[in-house]
Ligand binder design. Structure first.
Ligand SMILES: Cc1cc2nc3c(=O)[nH]c(=O)nc-3n(C[C@H](O)[C@H](O)[C@H](O)COP(=O)(O)O)c2cc1C
Length: 218
């Protein structure tokens, strides 16, 4: 697939056919993903290909309350988990519907991706706000993975809810010391591949010279 078309049409897939995805395909996708850039080319990624259904269910049970909290906040008009003004709801109804978590045993591929923090240059770690630059050395790998999955006829979704319960998930996944869980990726053959994506226009986010400059392009 042509690269611009792939970038513009790689919509999120949350429902998969029963077609299995073999290890050779998963290995091939990881083999593409590894060409991602990272600070100092330190390649901080680690991937656990989670096949064990009991382990998957354990992870789903950990993720469910995070999903519940997300949905409760979103339903009340909030921006869940943002680090500026997020307030955790006082009451959270449990077991809100989530097809990924409900069907986790039968999803063809579940990948837990971790980053070795000793290999990340966290340029903004000492600022008086939450750091984000460390992600720049790991998420290009994750998105390469998603694009490669598409090229292999697969689709899926990157999620981050496991990071919120990382201390509980770490022993289950054997997460090494000084590693962070950065995403859980679900992949499979799409029941339907969305290709018409809703995104804001360039004019809505780009300006000339300064962020308070004139809209780009004029
Ligand atoms: C960091 C990140 C976390 C996400 N977490 C979830 C998630 O927990 N559950 C989910 O169903 N989708 C998740 N998504 C997918 C987004 O909802 C999706 O990218 C967005 O709604 C745009 O949808 P589209 O790609 O189909 O246009 C996540 C995406 C990203 C990049």
């Amino acid at each position: 697939m042509e690269i611009r078309e792939a970038i513009r049409t790689n919509g999120t897939v949350r429902a998969f056919t029963d077609d299995p995805v073999d290890d050779a395909t998963i290995a091939s996708i990881l083999d593409d993903a590894r060409f991602a850039p990272s600070g100092g080319n330190r390649q901080p990624w680690r991937v656990a290909v989670v096949a064990d259904p009991m382990l998957r269910r354990e992870l789903a049970l950990l993720m469910q309350p995070v999903w519940d909290e997300y949905m409760e906040t979103a339903a009340a008009g909030g921006n869940p988990f943002n680090v500026v003004d997020y307030v955790k709801p006082t009451e959270i109804a449990s077991n809100k519907h989530n097809t990924l978590l409900e069907n986790i045993e039968s999803i063809p591929v579940v990948l837990a991706v971790a980053a070795d923090l000793s290999k990340l240059a966290m340029m903004d770690a000492e600022l008086d706000r939450a750091p984000v630059t460390g992600g720049a050395s790991i998420y290009p790998f994750c998105w390469n993975l998603m694009l490669s999955a598409r090229a292999h006829g697969l689709g899926g979704v990157m999620t981050t809810f496991l990071s919120r319960v990382e201390p509980a998930a770490a022993p289950a996944l054997g997460l090494p010391e000084h590693h962070a869980l950065v995403t859980t990726i679900f992949l499979g053959r799409p029941v339907h591949q969305p290709t018409k994506l809703k995104r804001n226009t360039v004019e809505s986010f780009a300006t000339r010279n300064r962020f308070d400059g004139p809209v780009f392009p004029e």
